[in-house]
Design a protein around this ligand. Structure first.
Ligand code: NAD
Length: 505
């Protein structure tokens, strides 16, 4: 840990057990072994507000993935895990959730230091959200069943039924923005269905997955069921996607990488879930309470500095309230406190690393060059050493501008006026992405007529940031294939087997 991080942690104060976790050597979980870097390369974990190094993490290899898949396959096919009943798995998942609850504050601090997000928000959104998701899926473990007495039209007499069987070893690849939560979305369904897994967290934010591995073992989940291999996407991620022993791939990340891992999975005819990028539209009708709706739009897009896949980043606002509404969103944006994750009043965190900062700055620069007007924010004062980008609102954007078409993944809202509902829907759907959307309006009949016409995996009405373990989450178009969460997610982790019994002589 370098001095900058040391000073940062001392300034704001962290728990002794968080410090102890940060200071211990980081090891990957492969079967029953904790595997340190040894002669492998390592990569630095950076605290983004200071740029200081927190610790080093091993760069796993294709051989590490192979060993993890072997351990996962053993537990799936013949180990202790393969013999457990659904009720026993339910108890183990709940035990893991209990341990996470006992370590709620420590997990929140790890996530806050690693991702940069406010500590209290991390506790509520990341850790509690992960616990809730695990508990939701724990409940399913003892209730997954096929159907007996399926209708059968064959002449004569038959008894038919279906069985649900776990698909096998699940490769789980996550991005850097909500590492614990994304991984637990995948882990809940994995464990509930009786699958086993090899988890690969993002290089930039691997810490919480390593702690999750420790807690999984402590909960009594047999070693080898949950494996965590850290390292580069091009090595570890790729090895997971291409490994013949992986039966299902569940990937969350960018659309280009998703397509490449998707091809590898399809080549093996693997089960596949892809949760990819977004550029989600927001439609604001003229009958809204402007103050209240503007605050929700601002929070929806600027939460976590806009590094949220389903953030409402394109706002189409009725022309009769356009100027007033944009001014109100800009006022909300200006009031948001920028600061590091451990500062209790921070809302806008540093961007996740230099690469992300440069990319967001480049988009803002292009927006200005393309002629969009700034309502607030803009280029950061310190472009050379900066880590923060102020919430930025662009006015009078056109759908052919790059800032409207491309995912920026930073605190940038583009806005444009519309005059009719048909025009708003056309503008909203004019995107290669289709992850989420929002509609704000008081005339619920009008809103409910618009909702089905939006090409997106979710439509949030009069609010944003609504996620629930029971509600499927996933995209249309270039935003993905398949769903996470809800009963629907389980289907992606299960095979259906049909049994015919001939009762004829
Ligand atoms: P990314 O695609 O660069 O990386 C995601 C993961 O894939 C990382 O773990 C990375 O190491 C790994 N990876 C990279 N190259 C790989 C390869 N060749 N083979 C296998 N794995 C590889 O995405 P990111 O920058 O970490 O995250 C931001 C992106 O994730 C945004 O586009 C965002 O919209 C998307 N995202 C989507 C959702 C969703 O649910 N739809 C949620 C969060 C983030």
């Amino acid at each position: 840990m370098d001095q900058r991080v040391f000073d940062y942690l001392n300034t704001y104060g962290i728990r002794a057990d968080t410090r102890a976790f940060l200071e211990q050597e980081k090891k990957m979980l492969i079967g029953e072994k904790w595997v340190g870097a040894g002669d492998r390369e390592t990569f630095d974990v950076i605290e983004f507000s200071t740029g200081g190094v927190v610790t080093q993490i091993p760069k796993g290899t294709a051989e590490d993935v192979d060993a993890a898949v072997t351990a996962a396959r053993y537990q799936f096919e013949q180990g202790e895990w393969s013999k457990l009943s659904g009720l026993q798995r339910e108890q183990l998942i709940n035990r893991l959730a209990d341990l996470m609850e006992e370590n709620l504050e420590q997990l929140a601090e790890i996530e806050s230091i690693d991702v940069g997000r406010n500590r209290e928000i991390s506790q509520e959104a990341d850790v509690q959200g992960s616990i809730d998701t695990l508990r939701y899926f724990a409940g399913w473990a003892s209730k997954i069943s096929g159907r007996v007495g399926e209708p059968c039209s064959l002449p004569g007499s038959y008894l038919t039924y279906t069985m649900k069987e776990p698909v096998g070893v699940v490769g789980s690849i996550a991005p850097w923005n909500f590492p614990l939560n994304t991984t637990c979305w995948k882990l809940g369904a994995t464990l509930a269905t009786g699958c086993t897994t090899v988890i690969k967290p993002a290089e930039l934010t691997s810490l919480s997955s390593l702690r999750l591995g420790e807690l999984a073992l402590e909960a009594g989940i047999p070693a080898g069921v949950v494996n965590v291999v850290t390292g580069a996407g091009s090595v570890v991620g790729r090895a997971i996607a291409e490994h013949p022993g992986v039966d299902k791939l569940t990937f969350t990340g960018s659309t280009p990488v998703g397509k490449s891992v998707g091809l590898a999975a399809i080549n093996k005819l693997n089960h596949l879930t892809l949760e990819l990028g977004g550029k989600s539209p927001v439609i604001v009708l003229e009958d809204v309470d402007i103050k209240s709706a503007a605050a929700k739009v601002a929070e929806g897009v600027f939460f976590n500095a806009g590094q949220v896949c389903d953030a409402g980043t394109r706002a189409y606002i009725h022309e009769s309230i356009y100027d007033e509404f944009v001014a109100e969103v800009a006022a909300c944006a200006k009031a948001m406190k920028i600061g590091p994750g451990l500062a209790s009043d921070s809302f806008i965190p540093p961007l996740v690393g230099r690469k992300q900062f440069d990319s967001v700055v480049k988009h803002i620069q292009r927006g200005i060059e393309e002629g969009a007007e700034l309502a607030c924010g803009g280029l950061p004062e310190d472009i050379v050493n900066g880590v923060y980008v102020e919430p930025t609102v662009f006015k009078n954007c056109r759908n052919d501008m790059s800032i409207v078409r491309e995912e920026i993944f930073g605190p940038v809202l583009v806005t444009a006026p519309f005059s009719t509902d048909d025009e708003a829907i056309e503008l909203a759907n004019d995107s290669e992405y289709g992850l989420a959307s929002c509609i704000y309006g008081s005339d619920i009949t009008r809103v409910l007529k618009i909702a089905p016409r939006i090409q997106a995996g979710s439509v949030k009405i009069n609010g944003d940031g609504m996620v629930d373990p029971a509600m499927p989450f996933g995209g249309y178009k270039q935003s993905g294939v398949g769903k996470d969460l809800g009963q629907e997610q389980l289907e992606h982790f299960l095979e259906t087997k049909t049994i015919f019994i001939n009762l004829n002589d």
